[in-house]
Design a protein around this ligand. Structure first.
Ligand code: NAP
Length: 338
């Protein structure tokens, strides 16, 4: 099955791999970027058949361009949402574009007669605010945004997904709405302009942290996340569905060991020793990236993708491959000097 699909945020990491797969499978893709001045650069990264890809200027915070972008499409993948590395001054800097962008994409999609709307949500909308003792999560879980561990990005993804589901139920019950909820996305890079999710690998490779903090996350490969989006766009009967896209849970020390095994001498700056929690808390005072996640010390948030495997036959590759591919591309593209 192939037709015409709109993918929001064509300059993004996940969207890039999704656009590539869709075009390889015969789809014609419309995509949005904030500034059409970047079109040539993004086309350069994607390296796809240019006749199958059309760019439109559209921002999550304004109506301009959305009607033109979705016109003639039967399917939408709404991927764009802010994912900054630093904590914003005000939570609304993330919440407003995430929620308003999702509602705007839905409104224009519905007006254009879109049949299937796939939205990129996150495990951030699932696995937070359940207390430290809860460690395993599925699509049945929802983040409690009033909990202290729900930082701005976590709130933005939860509020956006809830608002979107409510809007569809009230206004567009005939449009099939489904979410893909990825964990930490790693894998190859299309360009040196990389997603915040790859920041931890960069810090390990360049040796900019003195030891291995007691952080962990479920890793998933960007190619598998793109593939799950395509399955959600094409499989029958997806109305209301929600799919976790996650691989196994790994601690930073596991990630460091994979880098050392896979890269040898190129991973010489990757630390070996664990960093005591109190030192991480001190670093958080100076490093805004660490500040945003310091509450994650020692937390296990293991999200199961069994549902996507059972319903859609989806598979994840070995996270060793994703981690080593991230590192190799960061070195190849000059993102890190090792
Ligand atoms: P990314 O590379 O930072 O892409 C984010 C995209 O959103 C970019 O195209 C960006 O455009 C666009 N965007 C941000 N604010 C916008 C605005 N106001 N108007 C229009 N576009 C805007 O991040 P990604 O990793 O591909 O993330 C894509 C989606 O996956 C997001 O919804 C994110 O929450 C979700 N997700 C990511 C991960 C992960 O680990 N990477 C995990 C779970 C869920 P510019 O290029 O112009 O900034």
């Amino acid at each position: 099955m192939a037709g015409q699909v709109f993918v929001s945020g064509g300059s993004g990491y996940i969207a890039g791999f999704l656009i590539r797969q869709l075009i390889a499978e015969g789809w014609t893709v419309h995509t949005s970027i904030r500034n059409l001045g970047r079109e040539a650069e993004v086309r350069g990264w994607l390296g796809v058949d240019n006749s199958k890809l059309q760019f439109f200027a559209a921002d999550l915070l304004g109506d301009d361009g959305w009607a033109e972008a979705v016109a003639g499409c039967s399917h939408v993948a709404h991927v764009a949402s802010p994912l900054p590395s630093n904590a914003p001054k005000d939570d609304d800097e993330l919440i407003v574009p995430a929620r308003e962008g999702a509602l705007r994409a839905l409104r224009f999609a519905h007006a254009a007669g879109i049949k299937r709307f796939v939205m990129t949500s996150s495990v951030a909308a699932i696995a937070y605010g359940h207390g430290k003792t809860r460690q395993h999560f599925t699509e049945a879980d929802w983040t409690n945004i009033n909990s202290p561990d729900a930082y701005a990005y976590v709130k933005s993804k939860t509020i956006a997904e809830r608002a979107a589901r409510d809007w569809v139920a009230a206004n567009a019950p005939d449009m099939e709405y489904v979410t893909v909820n990825p964990s930490l996305v790693l894998g190859p890079l299309l360009a040196p302009d990389f997603s915040t999710s790859l920041e931890a690998i960069k810090k390990l490779l360049e040796g900019s942290i003195p030891g291995l903090p007691n952080f962990g996350f479920s890793v998933v490969d960007v190619r598998d996340v793109a593939d799950l989006h395509v399955r959600c766009l094409t499989a029958p009967d997806m109305a209301g569905e929600r799919f976790v896209a996650a691989g196994p849970f790994l601690w930073m020390k596991d990630v460091a060991a994979i880098l050392k095994d896979g890269l040898g001498e190129q991973a010489r700056k990757v630390p070996r020793r664990k960093l005591p929690d109190f030192l991480v808390r001190i670093s958080a005072l100076f490093d805004p990236v660490i500040a945003q996640v310091v509450g994650e010390l020692g937390n296990v948030r293991d999200t199961s993708a069994q549902h996507a495997m059972d319903v859609l036959g989806w598979k994840t590759r070995d996270p060793k491959e994703s981690i080593v591919d991230t590192a190799r591309d960061m070195i190849r593209l000059g993102v890190v000097k090792v």
